[in-house]
Ligand binder design. Structure first.
Ligand SMILES: Cc1cc2nc3c(=O)[nH]c(=O)nc-3n(C[C@H](O)[C@H](O)[C@H](O)COP(=O)(O)OP(=O)(O)OC[C@H]3O[C@@H](n4cnc5c(N)ncnc54)[C@H](O)[C@@H]3O)c2cc1C
Length: 395
């Protein structure tokens, strides 16, 4: 173990795994840490993990998402093809009104696509669908397996980070080691997994990357407005002949090795919750049965998790502002003063990837590694700085 790492990445979801991988590719000595003994114990493990383009009328978020989609597709195919299934993804209008909008969306489909008619959809077993877009190069990751495959490429330590201090140009991380019991992919709120041993560890690094998902408690980062959205996924045994994935109001995967996944994230929540009233799959199953023949579906496993989005739905990638310093030094900031921003030394974030973590993570990780290693400024669209002054004026 090196005395001081170049970068420690906290959080082994898809964001942290990709960040560690990208930094290591650039020659850094990295350490990925997570409070769980395995990757993807948070939102990433629950993801349906569709890697598909965003449709719409060419908004800046659509443009960025589709840039990230192209990069992600190539990244997974190049490095981890076993866990990315290029099934194609059909985007189905939610209703007749939505179907009208699809015609206006067409000019903004930057990725390869073709229309599929109602009849063609019926012939492949998709019910109640209007004319749709088929993105043939899109697909679905096996979420935990993809994270695990990336995680295996980088050094990892299981610790629960409690505190970080920056002294003499080095971050000192105070953490506690966990004794994990039970299935680590269980609900993140599971009591089974919450028995920390009183073993304190201190590890050091020149840089820190926070990839902690919705659990954003280590620093004051209120200005980024990270918030959680709760969602569920059910994996079902089925013999249904379905070789394409689709998204309407929920996602239905192709049948891959006898398993079809139904998933969606919709419930805004501060904490993992039981917004689903203990039946997380009830509405998914109802909606799924409107889309395909679910009569032989047999539940294999249920996954629940939180994904974290930002205030403006763009990812949060880059340096972290020293909020306390800014507010104390420039009280007039609340009334519209625009001083130069001061960042925390060598502290970075990769978060806010929302409902498209598997789409955004590879490109965002690449951009972050260019900032940390090569000093290339972050793309303004994802730089968290964009949110700070506006947030101050609302205090
Ligand atoms: C039901 C569902 C369906 C989804 N479908 C899709 C989809 O089809 N396509 C898509 O691209 N995305 C999808 N998503 C979104 C995607 O899952 C998220 O965007 C992504 O998982 C976010 O990854 P992350 O690495 O930022 O966070 P997480 O996966 O939540 O990882 C954060 C990690 O940080 C760790 N951590 C936090 N604090 C500490 C600490 N102090 N010390 C140590 N470790 C810490 C946690 O243990 C956790 O492992 C879906 C999400 C859900 C819930």
């Amino acid at each position: 173990m090196p005395k001081t790492y170049d970068t420690i990445i906290i959080g082994a979801g898809i964001a942290g795994c990709c960040a560690a991988f990208a930094l290591q590719e650039k020659g850094q000595k990295v350490l990925l840490v997570d409070r769980s003994s395995v990757p993807a114990s948070g939102g990433s493990g629950a993801a349906g993990a569709f890697v598909s383009p965003k449709i719409g009328k060419g908004s800046p978020l659509q443009t960025l998402t589709n840039e990230a989609y192209e990069y992600a597709k190539d990244f997974y195919l190049k490095h981890f093809p076993k866990y990315f299934h290029q099934t194609g993804v059909i985007r189905i209008p939610k209703d007749a009104e939505d179907a009208e909008k699809f015609k206006r969306y067409e000019p903004f489909n930057a990725s390869r696509y073709r229309w599929v008619s109602k009849e063609e959809l019926e012939a492949i077993g998709i019910q109640n669908a209007d004319k749709s877009f088929l993105f043939e190069e899109a697909g679905v990751c096996d979420a935990p397996a993809m994270c695990r495959a990336i995680w295996k490429q980088v050094p990892f330590m299981q610790v629960d980070v409690e505190h970080l201090e920056f002294n003499e140009n080095v971050w000192h991380i105070k953490a506690r080691s966990h004794a994990l019991r039970g299935n680590a992919y269980d609900n993140i709120n599971s009591k089974e997994n919450s028995t920390p041993q009183k073993v304190s560890v201190c590890i050091k690094a020149k840089n820190i990357v926070l990839a902690t998902g919705y659990q954003n408690t280590l620093f004051d980062m209120r200005y980024m407005g990270v918030r959680g959205t709760w969602g569920s996924r059910g994996d079902y045994y089925s013999k249904l002949d379905l070789d394409v994935s689709m998204h309407k109001s929920i996602s239905v995967s192709a049948n891959i090795d006898g398993i079809i996944k139904l998933g969606a994230t919709h419930n805004k929540a501060k904490d993992p919750c039981m917004a689903c009233d203990g039946k997380p799959l009830k509405s998914l199953e109802e909606q799924g049965s409107q889309m395909v023949d679910t009569s032989d579906f047999l539940l294999k496993e249920t996954f629940c998790g939180m994904r974290s989005g930002s205030r403006d739905y763009f990812p949060l990638v880059g340096r972290v502002i020293d909020t306390q310093y800014m507010l104390e030094t420039y009280p007039a900031i609340l009334r519209g003063l625009k001083p130069e921003l001061k960042h925390r030394d060598s502290l970075y974030i990769l978060n806010g990837v929302g409902g498209r973590g598997f789409v955004f993570a590879p490109l965002m990780a690449e951009w972050l590694s260019r900032l940390i290693v090569d000093g290339i400024e972050m793309d303004k669209r994802v730089d968290p700085d964009r949110l700070f002054l506006k947030w101050c004026r609302k205090l």
